[in-house]
Structures are given as structure tokens and as C-alpha cells.
Write a protein that binds this ligand. Structure first.
Ligand code: GLC
Ligand code: CA
Length: 600
């Protein structure tokens, strides 16, 4: 993945931790705070708080909701969610107060990796409905003021895709070079690609490169520096590579023209193959100019033909992703994200980890490492695009993994007050729980992804209101707990997590200082210490956030020079605060948070 030492490498679905050293974070944070806390004559804080260039304005205060189509709502009783089901639930989605959806892939697929393995880019998988349903979904969403992102899987296809089938043939043809094949099955590719090639498929004399599972052959975006000894390594401007890229642009235009408002780009950094990055780390190559070039061409089309669209990458390297390519990048495939929510072996993807999440009652986590990594990317990409810290997704264990609703509310208070664009994974708004490893490992899910993709819990009716199919026909079994949270129950309880999440979403949208691009300044973020305190500011609007996910009370003292007459509590529970001579001191009870507006 990245050349950066602290980053996580994703290797064949496993996350491996590289060693990292702790840098003197606080010294740097303190310097940043001193600089940014300076105020000008009319009381506005100084510093960059400009929206990124050519990012559509609806995004600046937007909150997104991620829908996993197979388990959101089954409208026809076959046990699998569908597009019609999403349409029927759009009023609910709208009621959350969110502005937009990202829907995981709903295209034709043999479902070896839950639909990320696409066999026809231009057709909705029959189990989800038809292209007309997709068109209707876009239209119905727009009627409600909701934007919709599709999932653009550009780095590989399914083995069942006709392009790959053709390329696996002995006879040369139009598609032979659309995938990466060596030219001699008996010779292994250079050692640096070990583990990335599959042999013995098709009639072609060669081995093909996979991009994730064996069933996901890498499309050929070429090699950054082709090895002259390996004739099969094509340059990025080879005519066949260019032809394939042009076809991918047509795929993207197809969905945009049908009514999509942008996309989430799957494994966006894994297009052009790098020199100097070994083996399966090719999956998450982060800095290749050729990869950026392709996305910049897409961005140019967006700027010109779809100026209101928004594109976000699964790259987890904002420095590359926001370099003229995407409006935003998900920053979650790195150790710092794990430090927030999933440091324990029973929470993390590969099950190999030691440590403690910061957002956990035991209070043994560390926020400093996350902030060190985050601030580095955040500061260096300011004004270029957004860094997104997702509130769960389909590739990680649920945040509701041995956490109470109160604990989750603190996490959402964090996610919804950070810079960038928040994404909420379906069901997290009601505190859906992680199911155990023993849940069926369907369609390449594997632990803990299988336990995070279970059916949405609507009511206490059959299958928790997800489907009327017999339980054994469901895509995945529903949460069997007698107290499994449901939308219906929480709608009726004003103190429910659902209502509290809605309130935080509203806050995000109504406070100018919580705009995606408003300044972010950590005030108290000590190693292995609670609480976390920061402020957000846009001009003279300032919001102060105090978070203590730990069980024990915590206190903090820090410089705070922004002038104000009064603190107005917007959400959470007020800690004891005192202020004198440019300093603030506070004491906050365990498992609580506070969001304040500074009033002058
Ligand atoms: C992305 C998707 C994940 C999928 C992988 C390979 O990381 O989010 O679900 O398994 O790509 O397709
Ligand atoms: Ca269905």
C-alpha cells in the first residue's frame, strides 16, 4: 500500500501492521493551534477555511448514508434486498436528514466477492431488478432531494466478464491486452509480483494478475516503468490500454447519464502497476502518476459535463487521491483508523492485532497516533478535497461491536464534527450489532465482514421486517437477539439512538463551523489520555467538541484564546469548565461528550 511507514498494507484481504514510531505530535499540534488560534480584528479565526475547488456546493454540509443493496430491504420476498426495496425505504432515508446515498455494486455478477466482481458493467443484476429500476431509483431519490453515488469498480472485473473470457483465449484478439497476462505459463513472473498471479486458467499460455481474489483479474492500466525483460508489461499509453480506459469512461458516463450523482471508486489507487512496490501490495499502490492521470481524466469530464457530481475514492491516501483526482478520499485503510474504532483482535479485519481502540469504555486507547497521521494528510490536502473518516462500512466489523448506544453516540458525535464528509453505514443509526464469526461466510464476505452485512432491522415482524422469505432463504440470517434494535421501536422512543443520531446530523448541517471545510484545531490530544478536545471554526463561527469515550472521568487543561462570552451546549452533557488568562480547564464524566457553540 503506501510507502509511508505507519500505513497498513492490505494483502490478499489481510491487514498487516507495519512498525511505526511515535513522533512528537503535541509539539506540532501546539504550534498549529497557536498559529490558528490567532484572531483578527473582527474576531474571526485565521487559517484556510475555503471549500475545495470545483467541489459541488451541496457536499460542504452533506451527510451520506451507505446502503448495502443485498441486505437493506427485500421487496419481493426472495430473501435478497433489491433496488425496489431501496426505493420503498427512501422516505426513511430522507427522514434521517442525510443528503445522499452511496449504494454498493448492484451490477451483473457471479457474486464471488458480493458483486464487486462485475460481469456486465451496464446491467443491473437481475436479483436487484432492472436498469429501469435503477433509473427510477435515481429519479425517486432526486424527488426527495437525495443524491445517489454508484460504486465504480474500475480496477478489475469478474472472471465471467466477456472481456476476460476473450482475453483468456489462445487466439489473439481485441481483449487480449485488456488484462495483465505473462507470456509463458511455466515461467513465474519476477519475484516482486509473488502471489499476484494465477496460472492454469484458459487456453492462453500465461498467468494472469489478480487484483484481490482470484476471481477478480486486474484490468490492464499498464506499468509505470515496464521492465524491458518482461515484454508483457505494457506502458500506460499502449493503444490497448488506452482503448480499455476509454471503455471504462463510457461505463462511467452510462450511469451518470442515467441519473447518478457521482460514484465511490473501489480500490482507486490500484490501477497502474508500480515498480518498486512488491507483490500483492500492488493492490494498494498509492502514488503512481499514471493512476492519477486516469482519475484526472475522469475528473475533467465531471468538471465539464457533470459539474454537480461528487466522486470519492477508496484509496486511503488523500495526498494522491485529492491531487486533482477526487473530491474526497476515504481514509480508513491505515493503522490510525484502527486506533479509533477497531484495535482489538476481535474487532479488526484480519484478527491479528494487539491494542485498544480509543473509542472504548476501557479507556486504554491512544488518539495521538491517529491524529499524527490524520493531521499530516489533512494539512497537506487542505483546499484540495476532503478526507473522510467513515462511520463503519461493509469491509469492517460493525461499530456496534460490544458497544452500547451511548458509546456509539460519542463515536457519531466525533464523526459528525470532524472535517470532511461523513458516511454512515446502514443500520448504525440504530446501533445494529456485529454478528459473530460463525455467521455464514457468503459471497466472499469472511469474518468480520459477514457479521457486518446482515439484514437491516426494520421492525419486530418476520425477519425483523427485512423480508417475508423463509429465514433459511435470507442472504444472511438476521440478528437473533431478543433485544435486537429496530427502526420501529426506536422511532417511538425520543431518547433512542436513532433520534440522537438524527439530532447530530441536523447539527452538522446547521452549524457553519461544522462545514466539511471549516478549520479543525486539536486542543487537547495527549498520548494514551482522555478526553479529546478540538474546535472547528469558520470565520467567527466556532464549535468546541469534548469527547470522553472512556468509563472514567477525565480532565484537561489547555490554551484557549478564542474570545467568547458564553458557551452554548448544542449536544451531549456539559462538563465542568473554567477559564482564565487564555487557558481552559475542564472535567468531564465518563462515557460522555459535549458540543458547544461559542457565543460572543
Ligand atoms: C473494496 C471493497 C471490498 C472488496 C474489495 C475487492 O475494498 O470495498 O468489499 O472486497 O474492494 O473488490
Ligand atoms: Ca428481493
Amino acid at each position: 500500500m503506501s510507502a509511508d511507514d505507519g500505513f497498513t498494507a492490505i494483502v490478499g484481504g489481510f491487514i498487516m501492521r507495519k512498525s511505526h514510531t511515535f513522533l512528537p505530535l503535541l509539539a506540532r499540534l501546539a504550534a498549529a493551534a497557536t498559529l490558528l488560534l490567532c484572531v483578527n480584528a473582527n474576531g474571526a479565526t485565521r487559517g484556510i477555511a475555503e471549500p475545495p475547488a470545483s467541489c459541488p456546493s451541496w457536499v460542504h454540509s452533506a451527510v451520506f448514508y451507505q446502503i448495502y443493496p443485498q441486505t437493506f430491504y427485500d421487496s419481493n420476498g426472495d430473501g435478497i434486498g433489491d433496488l425496489e426495496g431501496i426505493i420503498q425505504k427512501l422516505d426513511y432515508v430522507k427522514s434521517l436528514g442525510v443528503d445522499a446515498l452511496w449504494i454498493n455494486p448492484f451490477f451483473d455478477s457471479p457474486f464471488c466477492d458480493a458483486g464487486y466482481d462485475i460481469s456486465d458493467y451496464l446491467r443491473v443484476a437481475p436479483r436487484y431488478g432492472t436498469n429501469d429500476d435503477a433509473r427510477r431509483l435515481f429519479r425517486e431519490a432526486h424527488k426527495r432531494g437525495l443524491h445517489v453515488l454508484f460504486d465504480f469498480v474500475a480496477s478489475y472485473t469478474s472472471m465471467e466478464h466477456p472481456w476476460f473470457k476473450a482475453s483468456a483465449q489462445q487466439e489473439k484478439g481485441k481483449y487480449s491486452n485488456w488484462y495483465i497476462w505473462t507470456d509463458n505459463i511455466w515461467l513465474n513472473p519476477p519475484k516482486k509480483f509473488e502471489g499476484a498471479f494465477i496460472k492454469g486458467h484458459g487456453t492462453r499460455n500465461g498467468q494472469y494478475m489478480q487484483n484481490f481474489y482470484y476471481c477478480q483479474p486486474a484490468l490492464n492500466y499498464g506499468f509505470a516503468a515496464p521492465d524491458p525483460e518482461q515484454k508483457w508489461e505494457l506502458p500506460i499509453d499502449h493503444p490497448d490500454v488506452v482503448a480499455m480506459k476509454e471503455e471504462m469512461k463510457r461505463v462511467f458516463r452510462f450511469w451518470m447519464d442515467m441519473g447518478a450523482d457521482g460514484f465511490r471508486a473501489d480500490m482507486a489507487g490500484a490501477l497502474v502497476k508500480a515498480s518498486g512496490v512488491e507483490g500483492t501490495q500492488q493492490f494498494f499502490t498509492t502514488q503512481e502518476e499514471g493512476t492519477k492521470q486516469f482519475w484526472r481524466e475522469i475528473r475533467d469530464i465531471i468538471n465539464k459535463d457533470y459539474p454537480d457530481a461528487f466522486i470519492v475514492s477508496e484509496w486511503s491516501y488523500p495526498l494522491s487521491a485529492l491531487d486533482g483526482c477526487f473530491h474526497a478520499d476515504f481514509f480508513h485503510w491505515f493503522d490510525g483508523y484502527n486506533d479509533l474504532f477497531q484495535k482489538e483482535s476481535w474487532r479488526i479485519l484480519n484478527g491479528y492485532s494487539e491494542g485498544h481502540s480509543y473509542f472504548d469504555v476501557e479507556g486504554k486507547g491512544d488518539i495521538a497516533f491517529f491524529l499524527e497521521k490524520y493531521m499530516d494528510q489533512y494539512e497537506r490536502t487542505k483546499g484540495k478535497g476532503y478526507v473522510c473518516i467513515p462511520l463503519g462500512n461493509h469491509d469492517n466489523a460493525r461499530l456496534g461491536n460490544r458497544r452500547s448506544d451511548d458509546d456509539l453516540e460519542i463515536i457519531y458525535a466525533f464523526g459528525l464534527t470532524m472535517p470532511g464528509v461523513p458516511f454512515i453505514y446502514y443500520g448504525n443509526e440504530i446501533g445494529m450489532r456485529q454478528m459473530p464469526e460463525s455467521w455464514p461466510q457468503v459471497e466472499g464476505a469472511y469474518r468480520p465482514r459477514n457479521g457486518a452485512r446482515t439484514p437491516m432491522q426494520w421492525s419486530k415482524r418476520t425477519n425483523l421486517g427485512f423480508s417475508v422469505a423463509p429465514p433459511d432463504k435470507l442472504y444472511l440470517p438476521v440478528d437473533p437477539a431478543p433485544d435486537a434494535p429496530t427502526v420501529e421501536a426506536q422511532e417511538g422512543d425520543p431518547r433512542s439512538l436513532l433520534h440522537r443520531t438524527r439530532a447530530l446530523i441536523r447539527l452538522r448541517q446547521s452549524e457553519p463551523a461544522l462545514a466539511a471545510y471549516a478549520e479543525f484545531v486539536p486542543l487537547y490530544a495527549q498520548k494514551n489520555t482522555y478526553p479529546l478536545v478540538y474546535y472547528r471554526a469558520k470565520g467567527s463561527d466556532v464549535v468546541l467538541v469534548v469527547l470522553n469515550p472512556a468509563q472514567n472521568a477525565a480532565s484537561a487543561e489547555f490554551d484557549f484564546q478564542v474570545p467568547y462570552a458564553r458557551l452554548k451546549l448544542l449536544a451531549g452533557k456539559a462538563p465542568a469548565i473554567s477559564r482564565e488568562a487564555g487557558k481552559m480547564a475542564l472535567k468531564i464524566t465518563g462515557r460522555s461528550y459535549a458540543i458547544y457553540r461559542l457565543e460572543r
